[in-house]
Design a protein around this ligand. Structure first.
Ligand SMILES: *Cc1c(COP(=O)(O)O)cnc(C)c1O
Length: 375
């Protein structure tokens, strides 16, 4: 049996006619950039995320970058995040003029550790602490970070919290949706995300009207009115072709999320007695959306290779932590600096996960995994 890591073709087949019709209308109207379809989608996505505003942009990376710029990040300002994330999180901080400061992850949720954060801030000199402006928890794999604890630490030190929710569309923490708890949330609609465009797209969510307006201006060359530029901005708009597909897909997102949760439940049930692996932890009050279904085990690379021989595609998220990447060699952070992240990076394995995965496929993955691991 073949089990792909992700099957986007299966998702698109039943939507093809509807998407093509929407695209045909756009082609006829030649309204490729801007227009009502954008604001309509922004309202719908804001409702889905339980926020007042959503602003559609080019990508999740731009969503993050525009939030940091809109918050007024200045050269030399420090922003705290985790080394176990996709590089877009830190690229956006640096490109907005900030300095990246890493904090290790929680060993259970694989997200920013509130304890390590509190410890780090308490241990800083007053001068150093003044440089820190905000923290960026990453709701990795679709599980939200411990927001109550992080928001409490942030409040104590007067820091803003920006949620990197690029893997966490519709994820919940104590009844609150991802992207609704910090000052702003960043979402990616990269094709492989839980809701993906047919190209590149992203969105910012916020309840703060001023921030929303600032992001809107930043994405469009600093203009609120055509050819009147209040500031220098960017070409960071989301085009109508992407938004039309996203609007159609958004209607299916709750159903797809439910399917992901059902698939995760099947994995958890079938693997619950397996020795030598750690299954995803679900924090109390948390409803993950399983962008990825990630297990932790020794001999990860050998297991992955043997699964591949059985037709099963697994993935690594992420094999090399950011602080050990060549791109961050100038930070001079030695291996061992973030032990939990490094332990996980060597052992995490992402099993196939997408809504259309069948029970037979999941059963095959689980039995193959047990066979390969000899348990
Ligand atoms: C995908 C992703 C991003 C970047 O989104 P793009 O749309 O690809 O720019 C940022 N952070 C995380 C955690 C992601 O998974």
């Amino acid at each position: 049996m073949e089990v792909p890591f992700l099957d986007l073709k299966a998702q698109h087949a039943p939507l093809k006619e509807e998407i093509l019709q929407a695209w045909s209308k756009i082609l006829d109207s030649a309204g490729f950039v801007g227009g009502r379809v954008i604001t309509e989608f922004e309202q719908e996505f804001a409702i889905a995320c339980q926020t007042k505003y959503s602003i559609a942009v080019n990508s999740g990376t731009d969503a993050l970058r525009f939030i940091f710029l809109a918050l007024g990040l200045q050269p030399g300002d420090m922003v705290i995040t985790v080394p176990n994330t996709f590089i877009a999180t830190t690229e956006a901080i640096t490109q907005a003029g900030g300095l990246v400061s890493f904090i290790d992850i929680d060993p259970k949720t694989y997200t920013l550790s509130p304890e390590r954060l509190a410890e780090r801030l308490a241990g800083m000199s007053a001068v150093e602490r003044k440089k820190v402006k905000g923290i960026v928890p990453v709701h990795l794999y679709g599980q939200m970070a411990d927001m109550d604890a992080l928001l409490a630490v942030a409040k104590k030190y007067g820091l803003w919290v920006v949620e990197d929710a690029c893997q966490a569309h519709l994820a919940e923490y104590k009844g609150h949706k991802a992207g609704s708890l910090g000052i702003a949330g960043a979402f990616s609609f990269y094709p492989g995300k839980n809701i993906g465009a047919c190209g590149e797209a992203g969105a910012v969510t916020t309840n703060d009207e001023k921030l929303a307006n600032r992001v809107k201006i930043l994405r469009d060359h600093g203009q609120a009115q055509k050819y009147y530029h209040d500031i220098e901005g960017y070409n960071g708009r989301c085009d109508a072709v992407q938004v039309a597909a996203l609007q159609i897909k958004l209607k299916h997102l709750p159903g797809w999320t439910e399917k992901r949760r059902q698939n995760a439940a099947l994995y958890l049930e079938q693997l619950k007695d397996m020795k030598g692996i750690v299954l995803p932890y679900i924090a109390p009050g948390s409803s993950p959306v399983y962008h990825l279904f990630v297990i932790l085990l020794d001999n990860r690379d050998a297991v992955m290779e043997k699964l591949k021989q059985k037709g099963i595609s697994a993935g690594l998220h992420y094999p090399l932590p950011l602080h050990l990447q060549k791109a961050y060699s100038h930070l001079k952070i030695a291996p061992g600096a973030f032990p939990v992240t490094e332990h996980c990076a060597a052992r995490l394995l992402s099993l196939p996960m997408f809504p259309e995965l069948t029970k037979e496929q999941i059963t095959y993955v689980c039995s193959s995994l047990k066979e390969v691991c000899g348990s």
